[in-house]
Design a binder for this molecule. Structure first.
Ligand SMILES: NC(=O)c1ccc[n+]([C@@H]2O[C@H](COP(=O)([O-])OP(=O)(O)OC[C@H]3O[C@@H](n4cnc5c(N)ncnc54)[C@H](OP(=O)(O)O)[C@@H]3O)[C@@H](O)[C@H]2O)c1
Length: 274
């Protein structure tokens, strides 16, 4: 399958939070046209509301949406993926591409529920995709080609950055960048609370915390410098920052973050479907 999305029909099965974010972004970017886009949800009233908002065909019939599509994006909850694949399997051919964003669902589980060598690509995005600042890791299934992976990257580049990884890393990706926004929000909430504690108005404290996180992340991404070196540049001998760092070390911030990601990765593995 060529990398270009022009003229491709795309069906989003399960256009909820994540599916909806990607669907909207692709429509807004012009990469997909409303007339070549189909979506499904579970509830009829949600379908009507989504169709009115996005001006695309939205229904509850997965077979009808999937059979017409060149690319089928699976956006339902992980525990529903197998049912949806079984429902559509008789209508899917190896000329179509399945892209699944479901956590803990290996490509092999989808492949074994389809007949023939249908290409499957797995993608693990995160919620900042809603502002085009997402991070999506992408891995190929057994029958997917390099072009299928390139096409999937092309779709997700509309909502942020992409990286191609081996599927064995997907639970780690889920734990780090898919769950990651939750950890960062806790850190931001805590820094804002700290600002309030030292006398700042809450809105100012939240702005200072969020813009500092954004700026620091951009420096890491744009300079490629090691975060430890960048931290050293902020830490004046006998200054204020080193006192704060001592508190962070005593509170075991580093090891706590490491353990949190390890736990989430273990949980993603435990939940594996199929
Ligand atoms: N949220 C995240 O941060 C995130 C990050 C990475 C990956 N993911 C993955 O994205 C997937 C969806 O998560 P989400 O947070 O977007 O959940 P969500 O908002 O609950 O979306 C799920 C959607 O699936 C629809 N649905 C349920 N059963 C269906 C069926 N049989 N056929 C068609 N549609 C059906 C639901 O319809 P109704 O609206 O009518 O109920 C809903 O719109 C999950 O597999 C998750 O692992 C999520």
């Amino acid at each position: 399958m060529a990398k270009d999305l022009t003229g491709k029909k795309v069906a989003f099965l399960g256009a909820g939070k994540m599916g909806g974010i990607i669907l909207q972004a692709l429509l807004k970017s012009g990469l997909l046209s409303p007339k070549s886009t189909f979506a499904t949800v579970a509830h009829e009233e949600r379908a009507e509301a989504l169709a009115a908002r996005l001006k695309v065909k939205v229904g509850t019939n997965n077979v009808e949406a999937a059979r017409k599509a060149d690319i089928i994006v699976i956006g339902v909850k992980p525990q529903v993926v197998e049912d949806v694949i079984r429902e559509i399997h008789g209508h899917i051919t190896p000329n179509q591409l399945i892209v699944s964003v479901a956590a803990s669902v290996p490509t092999s589980m989808i492949e074994k529920n389809l007949s023939g060598n249908v290409p499957v690509v797995r993608a693990m995005p995160n919620t900042p995709c809603q502002l085009g600042a997402g991070m999506t890791a992408i891995s190929k299934g057994k029958h997917a080609s390099a072009e299928d992976v390139a096409m999937t990257c092309h779709m997700f580049e509309v909502v942020g950055r992409t990286v191609v990884v081996d599927e064995k890393h997907m639970d780690a990706v889920t734990a780090l960048s898919a769950s990651g926004p939750a950890y960062i929000y806790i850190i931001l909430e805590s820094l804002a609370e700290a600002g309030v504690k030292v006398g700042l108005p809450r809105d100012v404290a939240t702005l200072l915390a969020a813009q500092t996180a954004l700026g620091s992340a951009r420096v890491v991404l744009e300079t490629g410098d090691h975060p430890a070196l960048l931290k050293d540049a902020v830490t004046t001998p006998a200054g204020c920052t080193i006192d704060a760092i001592m508190e962070l070390e005593e509170g075991k911030l580093r090891v706590t973050l490491i353990k949190a990601v390890v736990k989430a990765a273990q949980r993603a593995k435990e939940l594996a479907f199929g």
